[in-house]
Structure formats: structure tokens, C-alpha cells
Ligand binder design. Structure first.
Ligand code: PDD
Length: 282
């Protein structure tokens, strides 16, 4: 099961693959990315990830790249690595050029990918739930674009880890709960599943979208509205969602118990439905 890297059409071991130092992704954070997971040898929500990648590139005025070209490259790497439960990281930078803030519009994008086996979270973590902390959202104004400029996300995740928590959620200056450092946030109140509406302040998570559909299929009421930090502590349940996170139930926020202090019934129901869909789908 080799862990491989793709760089502009060439597939090699990760340890033998290098990006030029004048790649704009490296110098300016001028790159977009996606992370796709596979279950039982099938890529989950490939179409949706490809669509979001295109939207991110449009958001940064990248030149148009044929969707089928990227798709073909992803499948080529996936088929070569033969990893049934894989995580594929795709990064497209604007290109390589001598350092200059403005760019040449004819520049050729750089496509890199890595493929590795997904390490599942321990069952105990899923059963016990996670502790999360709140941090003020100091990220840029276009969090709907999946750029590699996620330093503040990384700092918030590290802060959580240093405090013995699993993750952090961002709170706006006005007290609105945005999302996790690499996940979307949901809470359940009186049987209703609530999450942040799709605005420029959060990433339009693909898992988020799948969960909203699953909830409707399961007859769970859903609502997209702003959640205030002060609302958090009256939640019956809460969870984070994402491609790797899947659904992780929250035990505490800032040390305060949420609901019964472990993943609740609706959270567990949705997790089972998500796994089932991912394992059987496509
Ligand atoms: N991150 N919000 C943020 C800020 C994210 O970085 C992610 C995903 C999500 C969830 O999106 P999705 O359900 O499409 O994975 C929400 C990926 C996994 C990452 O950074 O590796």
C-alpha cells in the first residue's frame, strides 16, 4: 500500500517529491486545496469535492482548468496506490515564478497531491465525545474559499491541544459560532439540528451538506441559522463534521458539559447513517 505523491503528472514516493521554492503557494499562500476520503476503494463525494475545488479556483481568479483533467489525475493516483481507505490531499497553486505580489496571467498552475491511508479515530473517542474550546475568529473574510492560508486554524487547533482539548471552534467578534478548525459545527436543541448558514464566514463543508440531507431523510428537523456562543450551553447535543472528522460528538465546550456530557442519540444516529452512506454509496 504505497503512500504516493503526484506532481504535475508524475507519481513518485512522497519522500522523493519536491516543489520549487518559488511556488506561489509556498510564498504567498496562493493555492487552494481539497481533501477527499475513500471508503472500501471508492472516493466519497468526488463530484462535490471537484465542484468546490473549481469554485475555490474561481474565487482566486485562477485560470480555468478542465474538471476532467483534475479528476483523471486523482483517479490515476488513487488506482496506483490501491489504498481502500485513503485520504487524498490535492493542492493547486497559481504557479511558480520569481517572487512578485502580482502575477503573470499566463502562469501555469502547479498540481500536487498526496495519498495516504486514513487512520480511523479510536472507537472510544467516538463513544466518549470530545472536549472543544472557543477561540475568537481572526481569519480572513473569505473562509468559503478553501485556500491553504489556514495558519490561524492551525494555531487554534494547537491551542486546543495544549489545553488538553481536541479542537477549537471559531467565534466571531459579535459572538456568532462559525465552525471548527477543520470541520463544521452543529448543535441539537429540542430535536432540531442547527448549523451556520452558508456565508463567506464558513467553508461549505461537503460532510455538512450530506448530514443535512441525511437528517431530512431521517425525519430530523433542520435549521440553518446563527448560533450565539451564549446558546451553546443550552444545547442538548453538539458535534463537529468533516471529511476526516466525519461526525465527532462534543462532550464539553470550554470545560462545560454539553447535554449529558457524551455524544447524544441524534449525533449517534447521524454518524451511523453517514458511515452507511459512505460505505455503500456511489
Ligand atoms: N477540512 N471547515 C473547515 C475550516 C475545514 O477545513 C473543513 C475541512 C471543513 C469540513 O469540510 P468537508 O466536510 O468538506 O471536509 C469545514 C479538511 C478536511 C482539511 O483541512 O483537511
Amino acid at each position: 500500500m504505497p503512500e504516493l505523491a503526484y506532481l504535475n503528472g508524475k507519481i513518485r514516493p512522497i519522500s522523493e517529491t519536491y516543489v520549487p521554492i518559488e511556488d506561489r503557494g509556498y510564498q504567498f499562500g496562493d493555492a487552494v486545496y481539497e481533501f477527499i476520503a475513500s471508503y472500501n476503494g471508492k472516493l466519497f463525494c468526488m463530484e462535490e469535492h471537484m465542484k468546490r475545488l473549481q469554485t475555490s479556483m474561481e474565487g482566486l481568479s485562477f485560470p480555468k482548468i478542465d474538471k476532467s483533467f483534475i479528476e483523471k489525475a486523482v483517479y490515476e493516483l488513487f488506482e496506483k496506490a490501491k489504498i481502500a481507505r485513503a485520504g487524498i490531499y490535492i493542492q493547486i497553486s497559481r504557479g511558480v515564478a520569481p517572487r512578485d505580489h502580482a502575477w503573470d496571467k499566463k502562469m501555469k498552475v502547479q498540481i500536487i497531491m498526496t495519498i495516504k491511508e486514513v487512520k480511523e479515530y479510536p472507537l472510544k473517542l467516538r463513544e466518549d465525545g470530545i472536549g472543544i474550546i472557543t477561540v475568537q475568529d481572526e481569519r480572513w473574510a473569505n473562509c468559503n474559499i478553501k485556500t491553504v492560508q489556514i495558519l490561524f486554524n492551525a494555531m487554534a487547533k494547537q491551542k486546543a491541544k495544549d489545553q488538553g482539548a481536541f479542537d477549537a471552534i471559531f467565534i466571531s467578534k459579535d459572538g456568532i459560532v462559525r465552525e471548527g478548525t477543520s470541520s463544521n459545527f452543529f448543535m441539537i436543541k429540542d430535536g432540531c439540528l442547527i448549523t451556520h448558514p452558508l456565508t463567506k464566514n464558513i467553508l461549505p463543508g461537503i460532510t455538512r451538506m450530506v448530514i443535512m440531507d441525511l437528517a431530512r431523510d431521517l425525519g430530523i428537523k433542520t435549521e440553518e441559522k446563527f448560533i450565539l456562543k451564549t446558546d451553546l450551553f443550552s444545547a442538548n447535543e453538539a458535534f463537529l463534521s468533516g471529511t476526516i472528522t466525519e461526525i465527532l460528538g462534543v462532550r464539553t465546550i470550554d470545560g462545560i458539559k454539553i447535554g449529558k456530557g457524551k455524544p447524544g442519540e441524534i449525533t449517534q444516529k447521524l454518524y451511523k447513517a453517514l458511515r452507511k452512506k459512505a460505505e455503500q454509496d456511489i
